[in-house]
Design a protein around this ligand. Sequence first.
Ligand code: M6R
Length: 612
Amino acid sequence: MCGIVGYVGNKKAVPVLIDGLCCLEYRGYDSAGIAVIENNQLCVMKEKGRVDNLKAISGIDDLNSTIGIAHTRWATHGKPSQENAHPQIDNSNQFAVVHNGIIENYHELRDFLTQKGYHFVSQTDTEVIPNLIHYYYQNGITDEDKFLRAVKSAVDDLKGSYAIEVISNLFPNRLIVVRKDSPLVIGKGKGENFVASDIPAILSHTKDFYLLDDNEYAVIEGDSVHFFDNSLSEHSKAVRIIEWDATVVEKNGYEDYMLKEIYEQPNSIRETIGARLKLGEKCDFDDIAITKEYLNNIRQIYIVACGTAMHAGLVGKNAIEKLCHIPTQVDIASEFRYREPIIDDKTLCIYISQSGETADTIAALKLAKSKGAKTLAISNVMGSSITREADYTLYTHAGPEIAVASTKAYTSQVVLLIMLAIHLAEVLKSAQTEELEDLKSAILNLPAQLEAVLDETEEVKNFAKRIYSEHDMYFLGRGIDYCVAMEGSLKLKEISYIHSEAYAAGELKHGPIALIENGVTVIGILTNSHLVEKSISNLQEVVSRGAKTLVITNQKLNNTNFNTIINIPETNSLVSPILSIVPLQLLSYYISKNKGLDVDKPINLAKSVTVE
Ligand code: M6R
């Protein structure tokens, strides 16, 4: 939930650290801090609030150190405040630590250290770490690499998840990092090396990365990186070259990352399709090599994820059941992991996670693996934790998504799931070639159709202007449109702080219609020709009770009295969510802008949820 950056090399560390933190603010933004080694002393500067407050601390620009660690926080233990901000230091001011994750046994460790005479100044779980390092450094470690051994002894005591960076004025050229269940990458430069929670934070400095594994340590100096396993045996590690252009993490003239990412969707979909799909040819999923024998043996599929990724899974379920006739359930990861689902070796479990770091989704994956199921991860982040755990991985290739509200990742997940369903149907021979070819052609048309949708946004902007001050809204749809209604409603809540509910339109009469009163806003999604008449009837019921209506449709609607109708291009009903979600993404965006909110960093939310 927090962002960490590190630098050791030949340049001034502070500007590199601050730039990195600015890129990582989407991971947490309630306080920020840095620690550097200045004149052989640890120097820590931290401040409550955004990175801008840290930048404004007097004297920060005068620090000349060429080594440092930095952190931007999303509070878990202890309120957002200066003393709870990271870096945290030990009682002797010799070890500074930044940490992303949660130390579950910190109470125990605090008691232990208190008995040994240590005191604590913050309410964080993290503060035990530098003090434990100090404790082990002082006590009983006599070999020459005392720093690494002290860090390792401290880490051995920790239960929970962590990505940790440590510096010490006793070793002024050395940065030590270790991770477990929290992301951390190392960027390799010339005479300098970088550390970050996420690749984009240091992409402007290097394209050469080491992806640290769980329980792996790295000892980093300006001209070297040494890797050690959990027994501190040294090993070598291959560099991965990340081909992204550094501009992918810039706003490129857009006011906000969210708007940029909405407009990137024609391209991100092209990237997701890549070389997998060609008319008249079988879908190319050679990278996961799922055989016909295996699939014939499968009795059920679970799709497990959180939030927006789970909503993408709902569309995936429709595609898989329609084309492959395999019963498919979609589960919220935090429910799945505790509800004792029926899983065996005849179960395929698909896990969707943009970040690949969502704690509940990873735990749900580990559960299925332990019960003998095959696991397939769908992620946007190369080398992310989920991709390391899963038997198979498919990447969405949507490019970095910075805004907290997920947009392009969702549409890429949906496209990938539909292509996967086509592939499974081709292996199983469970669908007519014509039907599959029609779907392929619909997918290939999506980028151009998305461009058309993104060219016509006046109606959405006007509607947003009319309704932005409301307190409640309702989203209705049937079938696949209901999946989109859920995602539209989530987007609205997240970035505009307006209460909203999504209902299957047919459920309206079974309770929710009691909430419909004069002037309330109802948004209908109508893209399925078989269901359109039924949905229109449901919407007429709310119109006659005085609701204001916005309808997103690819159907010809005659004689309706909806307030605003947004027409989107016609397409195969399975892929319609990729087009119908776009006006809803824009609606949330413009409502949020009308309210003067921070679109990219909504309150209480962080981009990747690495805690339960
Ligand atoms: O990184 P993940 O896809 O696993 O994240 C899952 C959810 O936390 C995420 O989709 C969340 O709901 C978004 N903020 C929605 O916009």
